[in-house]
Design a binder for this molecule. Structure first.
Ligand SMILES: [Fe+2]
Ligand SMILES: [Fe+2]
Length: 160
């Protein structure tokens, strides 16, 4: 999805989410290319943390806002998105509680998480976000709450 073509009413909020998607995609690529086991585990943990924060701001703020604006237009897509988040979260929990040295399936888990996330992100970028634009949902009031919540979640993840 090309940020420069997003109208002003959706631009900042969708850009924030698109940047997150890109960042996580990049981390999965780094994971694949990295040779050191310890560094791989660090990258996987960072990807899990970023995905968790991203899913929370979507679930707490972005999805409910869209649903409230137009339940008929967004309901089914958002329900599917929540189920997809649920599956990803289970895998994230497994990865976060495992260590790459002790778990023979560690890399496979990260690979499958990457695949789940790629599928989910594609649906958001190809269906959900264009629908928010098409339905002219004004997302601007979400920018500050989403930015602040994201910052707060990152701070507490870093602190823990
Ligand atoms: Fe999502
Ligand atoms: Fe997303």
């Amino acid at each position: 999805m090309n940020k420069s073509q997003i109208p002003a009413a959706q631009k900042d909020v969708l850009s924030l989410l698109l940047d997150d998607h890109k960042e996580v995609k990049k981390l999965f690529k780094e994971f694949e290319a990295e040779k050191s086991q310890a560094a791989k585990e660090d990258i996987a943990r960072e990807a899990c943390m970023k995905l968790t924060v991203h899913a929370i701001i979507e679930e707490e703020l972005f999805y409910p806002f869209l649903r409230a604006q137009n339940p008929d237009a967004f309901g089914d897509l958002l329900n599917e998105a929540l189920v997809e988040h649920g599956t990803a979260k289970e895998l994230i929990a497994q990865i976060e509680s495992a260590s790459i040295e002790d778990d023979d399936l560690y890399e496979a888990k990260v690979t499958v998480l990457n695949e789940y996330v790629a599928h989910h992100v594609k649906e958001e970028e190809d269906e959900l976000f264009p629908k928010a634009i098409g339905k002219k949902v004004d997302l601007r009031e979400l920018l500050t709450p989403m930015t602040e919540r994201k910052e707060e979640l990152i701070q507490s993840a870093v602190a823990s």
